[in-house]
Design a protein around this ligand. Structure first.
Ligand SMILES: [Mn+2]
Length: 401
């Protein structure tokens, strides 16, 4: 048996706030979720896999675009021509009522209904595979779904498809088919194909319990490599191998400016750092400043000029191997543009406002909007909010001048 496990394709992710970049780069960014899945289908065909599992969030939003749907159908048709079945479930992003075979999809695509059900297939070598799963019919599924999964019975291989999150034992957070690892293991399945968490990870080795992550990261918090898992049997054991496919990778680079650095030498340094990266990278520079940094350099960093010059430099060459989309000034920053604001006063109020408690408070009020709750749950958010606020305050000051 050989199959591909993927999830969270998030086709047609909007990549908001990134459209101010050269058309070539924007095209690449906007197409990336499509390209990543196309590469998975290429791999399925080249590897002659027995089937593909797609565990929820095929589309980025519940009202997905017709273009995204058309793209997905065409990719499934490529697999149909090769007699490769697709088993899919919808997740919290593309939840929908599933009552019968969805007519736009070719016959090789098997969609799980809103209630837990099991589908079986027989492989070329006569081994049988039972696959159990369900589709989200609404944005939240607060009830445990795993209790509805049958224990492994007579099939040679039993696979569970579960788009969900490990239970936090907190009804305010457990919105996505909460489960525990022991509960999964009790079912004696051969493989648990998870979805929902966007960072690829193996939760358990025997049997394998795997989050494949999304095949294309959508922003800086989904950095590093993204791809799918190729799962193969070797006698009665399964192995899962991570295969990267993401056409763009998000990355953060720390740069420390401790000396009296000129603007030109700074730009040169950042260009070198970007060029040293392999593959196409979308780079956010985190520039750490100290008081010794030249005052003019600080101003140009803070008002966006340095980032613009970096981008101009790459645009002039026209050879895009990476793109600096953001430049953050971080701790040690003297907040150069906030000349009228007492630093001590800022630090004190920032501490009051930008802390995890304040964010949780906000989360409670906004939690009914699932997509907002997802964003707010991100641990790096506090730091990011604090930084954005300092930038905004700085911009105000700049405008007055
Ligand atoms: Mn997702």
């Amino acid at each position: 048996m050989k199959f591909i496990h993927t999830a969270d394709l998030h086709l047609d992710s909007p990549f908001r706030g990134l459209d101010e970049m050269p058309a070539q780069i924007w095209q690449r960014v906007h197409q990336s979720t499509f390209t990543a899945f196309e590469r998975i289908v290429d791999a399925a065909i080249n590897q002659q896999v027995d089937f593909i599992l797609i565990v929820g969030d095929i589309y980025d939003r519940d009202h997905h675009s017709a273009e995204a749907e058309d793209f997905f159908v065409r990719q499934c048709q490529r697999l149909a021509k090769q007699q490769i079945p697709v088993y899919l479930s919808y997740g919290n992003h593309d939840y929908q009522p599933v009552t019968e075979q969805i007519d736009s999809l070719p016959n090789n695509v098997h969609v799980f209904g809103n209630q837990v059900e099991t589908k079986t297939l027989t492989l070329a070598d006569d081994q049988t595979v039972a696959i159990t799963g369900f589709s989200y019919g609404k944005r939240w599924l607060v009830e445990d779904q795993v209790s509805k999964f049958p224990e492994k019975e007579t099939a040679d291989w039993q696979i569970g498809m579960l788009h969900g999150d490990i239970s936090q034992n907190n009804p305010d957070q457990d919105h996505y088919a909460p489960f525990t690892l022991p509960e999964l293991l009790q079912k004696r399945y051969d493989y648990w194909a998870l979805g929902h968490i966007h960072k690829h990870q193996v939760l358990n080795e025997e049997p394998l319990v795997v989050y494949p992550g999304n095949p294309q990261g959508r922003h800086k918090n989904e950095d590093g490599q993204h791809g799918y898992y190729l799962v193969q049997s070797n006698s009665d054991k399964l192995t899962a191998e991570f295969k990267p496919v993401a056409p763009i990778e998000w990355c953060e680079i720390d740069a420390h400016l401790t000396h009296d650095q000129t603007v030109d030498s700074l730009i040169e340094m950042l260009l070198h750092r970007g060029e040293a990266e392999d593959g196409f990278k979308m780079i956010a520079f985190n520039v750490h400043l100290t008081d010794q940094v030249n005052a003019l350099t600080k101003k140009l960093l803070a008002n966006g000029t340095i980032l613009e010059r970096l981008q101009e430099n790459l645009s002039e060459k026209g050879d895009y191997q990476w793109w600096p989309y953001q430049l953050n000034l971080l701790k040690g920053t003297a907040l150069p543009k906030m000349t009228d604001l007492d630093q001590e006063y800022w630090d004190q109020s920032a501490q009051d406002v930008f802390n995890q408690d304040a964010v949780i408070d906000l989360t409670d009020k906004l939690a009914k909007y699932g997509f907002i709750a997802d964003q707010l749950a991100d641990p790096s958010l506090v730091e990011q909010l604090r930084y954005e606020a300092s930038q905004k305050l700085g911009e105000g000051d700049h405008d007055e001048n």
